[in-house]
Ligand binder design. Structure first.
Ligand SMILES: O=C(O)CCC(=O)C(=O)O
Ligand SMILES: [Fe+2]
Length: 376
């Protein structure tokens, strides 16, 4: 979820958990990246017998029943796919192509925007890395709101100026042009995602029958100014891997957000969700759709009615997979309470707490964070 950089100052990450290796030069996976049975319990959907559970629902968000359909999908899966979402193929192709360009830069260029040990933005390994004994076959780039160019200037001010001072160098020029192009595309994508997220939020709150007088409806109010929603765009890159069965793209986790909107590139399988009793289920990319998954904060607000779905990403031998996750959450100062409407379970399952407290608990305890919030 989008949090200010200074937020993680009490939870610094060690360098080995920030710096990705040069994946492209690897003919085999190093011991540091070799997982034991990483892809256990793989459970292809075509082997399922229960037809109702056979696929993550695709919901047309303009459908008059969208809210109802979302409710059922969230209760059953904690995940759904959306069509008719208004993000054009052109925008998605553009953002994907710029993302590929960024990750295709030589490692030493990407290292110039490496996330700091206390930081939230920039290039690096997953922030969940310290919680696992093995490293992931992954490199990512986290962008917060505002313009990407502004972040770039903040992240590497001296080099940025150098680029303008010595423009005769062709590679440097290429980087400047790429940077500006990427910035525009990333800004545009975030703006579109924000609009879509606001719409989805309305449908989700309606699906839980939370009355419009409740404070949660008001957090999207733009007059709140800088204290508006916390969002982040996470560019995920999974280079092709010599030994996918013993590697992990992104280890099993739940998202801290209210919900996440995920775009999976091309026709490359990678996302898996965990369903009790069934194991790992493939959520392959489907043209024209985006994936939406329930995060921890919506799990709390829905009083555990919506599962915060455990998911992971696997890698493959031939293809370089890209995905883009847009995390959407309430402002850090927002006090969350489980909603106890007639659809929720009896009594509150969680205590009330500020979003900032939950984000800190997550940074410290990862998947055990919820046990610090649960009542009874
Ligand atoms: O790449 C994927 O399919 C999953 C990404 C993800 O779970 C995340 O960015 O939190
Ligand atoms: Fe995730």
């Amino acid at each position: 979820m989008g949090v200010p950089s200074e937020f993680y100052k009490d939870y610094p990450v060690q360098n080995e958990h920030i710096t990705p290796i040069d994946f492209n030069s690897m003919k085999q996976i190093p011991e540091s990246h070799a997982w034991v049975e990483s892809n256990d319990f793989e459970c292809p959907l075509d082997k399922k017998h229960n037809l109702d559970l056979e696929s993550i629902p695709v919901i047309d968000i303009e459908d008059s029943n969208a809210s109802e359909l979302i409710f059922h999908a969230c209760v059953t899966w904690g995940m759904f796919q959306i069509s008719n979402h208004g993000i054009s193929t052109k925008v998605l192709e553009e953002v994907e192509s710029q993302t590929r360009k960024l990750f295709n830069l030589p490692l030493e260029q990407k290292m110039k925007v490496l996330r700091s040990p206390e930081g939230a933005m920039g290039y690096g390994s997953p922030r969940i890395s310290p919680f696992f004994s093995k490293l992931m076959w992954y490199e990512g780039f986290t962008i917060m709101e505002n313009s990407f160019v502004d972040h770039a200037k903040v992240i590497w001010p001296s080099d940025y100026q150098e680029f303008w001072t010595f423009p005769e160098e062709p590679f440097v020029l290429y980087v400047i042009v790429s940077l500006l192009r990427i910035s525009n595309v990333m800004d545009e994508y975030q703006t579109r995602m924000k609009g879509l997220a606001e719409k989805l939020m309305g449908l989700i709150l309606k699906s839980l029958q939370i009355p419009e007088s409740d404070g949660i409806w008001k957090i999207q109010d733009p007059t709140r100014g800088p204290k508006s929603m916390s969002t982040a765009l996470q560019l995920n890159s999974y280079p092709s891997c010599p030994d996918p069965a013993r590697s992990m793209g992104l280890a099993p986790h739940t998202d801290t957000s209210l919900f996440t909107i995920l775009h999976q590139s091309g026709n490359i399988s990678g996302l898996r969700l965990f369903k009790d009793g069934l194991g790992w289920i493939r959520v392959d990319p489907r043209p024209g759709t985006l994936v939406v998954n329930v995060g921890d904060l919506l799990h709390i607000i829905s009083n555990a009615r919506f599962p915060n779905v455990v998911h992971k990403a696997v890698v493959n031998k031939e293809k370089h997979r890209i995905s883009l996750a847009y995390f959407y959450g309430p402002p850090l100062d927002f006090e969350m309470s489980p909603f106890l409407g007639y659809r929720a379970c009896e009594g509150p399952c969680f205590r009330s707490l500020k979003v900032s407290e939950y984000v800190s608990l997550k940074a410290k305890h990862l998947d055990l964070a919820l046990s610090h919030v649960r009542i009874g």
